[in-house]
Design a binder for this molecule. Structure first.
Ligand code: SF4
Length: 290
């Protein structure tokens, strides 16, 4: 089964430069990888030098060949920053207000998007919207990570999660996951008309709507009407974005903060695939949801 979208929105090529994999919650991949390190498989030397990255501890880059001690301070390896930028909390709002972090540096993970959650296996729907630092290109590597210098470009003004992350002991970071998350409305002027747009987008193109339709397409209980509705929803989402981009001259980065990733980008691995064809979008049922 497939259908062709012939609406006013052509294939949004600019989206192809953005990560299509499952979204992150906080920095779960950071946690997963660093928890292994904290179990004692990664060691540190006694030498200390350089500027710390995610925590306030002394940096240590001389790792190779050292095998006598477990990590107890930041080694400035950059692994945490390369795994993904932090989720922002209400406490981080001042960073946006002061211009240290711009809205264009952020991406919104909308309520209901499947996410990795620290200390839980698999993917789970986000219980609330999440605003986090964007990645680079098709990766989730933090926008502010400077690989050449293995350093943070906003180190003095890094968000809460970066300040408390200790890869050798993640308890403090885990204690704030899901607490007081920053929301889009927290950093938008209440009089700004884009707020109304965001609310309208949530009403008309929510992740919940998409998930409800996908649930009707699971297994052998294929529902042709649900497939048609899903097509309409995907199209509506793109049409909404195109109208907002046009009206407010939004760059893609601003759009991703305001509306999150387009719904069609969330279909990967869900039994439905999307292709550009004849100037429109075609939805196909995949053989499996793997
Ligand atoms: S804001 Fe800085 S410390 Fe935090 S993940 Fe990004 S580069 Fe790393």
């Amino acid at each position: 089964m497939n259908a062709v979208f012939q609406g006013p929105v052509s294939w949004p090529k600019e989206y192809s430069s953005h990560p299509a994999d499952a979204s992150l919650y906080g920095s779960p991949k950071r946690l997963r990888s660093t928890s292994m390190k904290a179990s004692g498989t990664l060691k540190r030397s006694t030498a200390t030098e350089g500027r710390p990255l995610s925590n306030g501890s002394t940096a240590n880059r001389a790792l190779t060949g050292e095998s006598s001690r477990e990590i107890t301070s930041c080694m400035r390896c950059g692994a945490c920053c390369m795994k993904g930028g932090p989720t922002l909390h209400a406490e981080d709002r001042h960073l946006i207000a002061a211009g240290r972090v711009r809205r264009e540096d952020l991406i919104t993970i909308r309520k209901g998007e499947l996410t990795h959650i620290p200390d839980r296996e698999g993917l789970h729907p986000a219980g609330t919207e999440i605003v986090k630092i964007s990645g680079k290109g098709r990766t989730w590597e933090c926008l502010f990570f400077d690989r050449a210098g293995s350093s943070c470009r906003i180190y003095e003004h890094r968000p809460l999660e970066c300040r408390i992350l200790k890869c050798w002991d993640t308890a403090e970071l885990l204690s704030v996951i899901g607490k007081d998350p920053l929301r889009r409305a927290d950093v938008i002027d209440p009089e700004d008309p884009v707020l109304e747009l965001i609310e309208g987008h949530e009403e008309e193109c929510s992740v919940r709507q998409m998930e409800d339709l996908l649930s009707l397409l699971s297994g052998s209980n294929e529902d042709p009407a649900a497939f048609e509705e899903l097509e309409e929803l995907i199209q509506r989402d793109l049409t909404f974005r195109a109208a907002a981009v046009s009206a407010f001259s939004l760059p893609l980065s601003a759009e991703l903060f305001m509306f999150g990733r387009p719904l069609f980008k969330l279909l990967g691995g869900r039994g439905v695939s999307v292709r550009e064809e004849d100037g429109g979008l075609r939805l196909f049922r995949s053989d499996s949801s793997s």
